[in-house]
Structure formats: structure tokens, C-alpha cells
Ligand binder design. Structure first.
Ligand code: BEZ
Length: 211
């Protein structure tokens, strides 16, 4: 069965462009993003990997390590890296797994045979410090991912790991958040000194508590 939210992220040790990597050791007590791309030397993938490299400081700010993967071998990834730099202006600055025997792709269900039995799809897994899966998204090969959305989800996950809040539709960091439904009004008053606005008994907004 496919990995689901709350499942333990399968650990692995694999060859990457930065040498052998053990997932749990690499993540330490931080957050992780494991994402697969279909194939090296392809246009959409080139733009995605350049963008992830550009966003490195954003992932660092969020104590999040990023790892890419495809079933192409590491030496192919290495050769492709210079094209990524030429095409996007950004040097690869995170490890890319060469999963040629599909060890990780099989553990994480990244090959969808009815889409392609030779390539990994565009999977994204966010892994929490507890090594549990916090988000899964799957995109088709023809659609490049929106990594701003992935940063947005990270912000939401990290906030709700710290405070009893949820985040509303289209929320981005800095905007009001939703008081957790498990809190009474009295508890919410104590927890959120900036107060809250009650739209419905179950819908209460409060300013983002960590700002
Ligand atoms: C691409 O990255 O452009 C791509 C890869 C595999 C299939 C289709 C597009």
C-alpha cells in the first residue's frame, strides 16, 4: 500500500551526488523533503532542480534538508548538473539520489506503472523531525512543481507543530491563522494573548502566534 500521512518514512542508505547517504542520519532532528523527478536531461526537471537550488536559503531557514531522486545513475546526475547551472544559473547544492535499482522508488511508491514503468513520477514527501510522513503530493511528468507551495505547507506544518493552530485556505506566513478546534474560548484566550475573532463557534482567527 502507498505511504500515507503519519506513516514512518522508510529509512535507506543510497548513493547520491554527494556520496553515500543515510536518510535518518542526513535529516538529523530537522525536517526533510524527498522528491523524485522522472529523468535526467529533460526540460521540466531541469527547471525544477534549478529552482530547488535557488531556494536553498529558504529551506535552510526552515531547518529542512532537500533530497532529489531519479532512477538515473549518479554519474548521469553529475553530468546533468552543469546543464542545470547553464540553463537556470543555479548550481546543484543538495544531494540527488541515483536510484538505478529502484530501492527508494519502491519503498516510497515513486514508480506508477500505469503512468510509466521506466521513470519515477514527480513525488514529494515532507518528513517531520519524528521521521513521520507529513505530506505527500504526486504530479504528472508534464507538470513542473510549485515549490512555493511546498514552502507554504512547510510553514503551516511547522507552525501547527508548535502551536494549537491550523491555517486557512491560501494562507501564507504572516496572515492570521485558525485557533485549533480542540481549544475552548477560555483556553484560546490564555494561549493567544493577541486575542481572537470568532466568526463561528468553530472558526476563530488569531494573529500568527510566532510573529
Ligand atoms: C521533463 O522533465 O521535461 C519531462 C520528463 C519526463 C517526461 C516528460 C517531461
Amino acid at each position: 500500500m502507498a505511504l500515507q500521512l503519519g506513516d514512518a518514512a522508510p529509512d535507506f542508505t543510497v548513493e547520491t551526488t554527494e556520496g553515500d547517504l543515510n536518510l535518518y542520519d542526513y535529516l538529523g532532528d530537522g525536517w526533510g523533503i524527498l522528491f523524485s523527478h522522472p529523468k535526467d536531461f529533460t526540460p521540466v526537471c531541469t527547471t525544477e532542480l534549478g529552482e530547488v537550488a535557488r531556494l536553498k536559503s529558504e529551506f535552510d531557514k526552515r531547518n529542512t534538508k532537500v533530497i532529489g531522486l531519479s532512477v538515473d545513475p549518479v554519474d548521469s546526475h553529475g553530468n546533468w548538473a552543469s546543464d542545470i547551472k547553464d540553463a537556470t544559473g543555479h548550481e546543484l547544492n543538495f544531494p540527488l539520489i541515483g536510484d538505478k535499482d529502484r530501492t527508494v522508488a519502491d519503498l516510497y511508491g515513486m514508480v506508477h506503472p500505469n503512468a510509466s514503468d521506466t521513470m519515477t513520477v514527480r513525488s514529494v514527501f515532507i518528513i517531520g523531525p519524528d521521521k513521520k510522513i507529513k505530506l505527500t503530493i504526486t504530479y504528472p511528468a508534464s507538470t513542473g512543481r510549485n515549490f512555493q507551495e511546498i514552502l507554504r505547507v512547510l510553514d503551516s506544518l511547522q507552525l501547527s507543530a508548535q502551536y494549537p493552530v491550523a491555517t486557512p485556505v491560501n494562507w501564507t506566513s504572516g496572515e492570521d491563522v485558525i485557533v485549533g478546534v480542540g481549544l475552548t474560548d477560555e483556553e484560546a484566550t490564555a494561549k493567544f494573548p493577541k486575542g481572537f475573532t470568532k466568526i463561528k463557534p468553530y472558526l476563530r482567527y488569531t494573529p500568527q502566534p510566532n510573529l
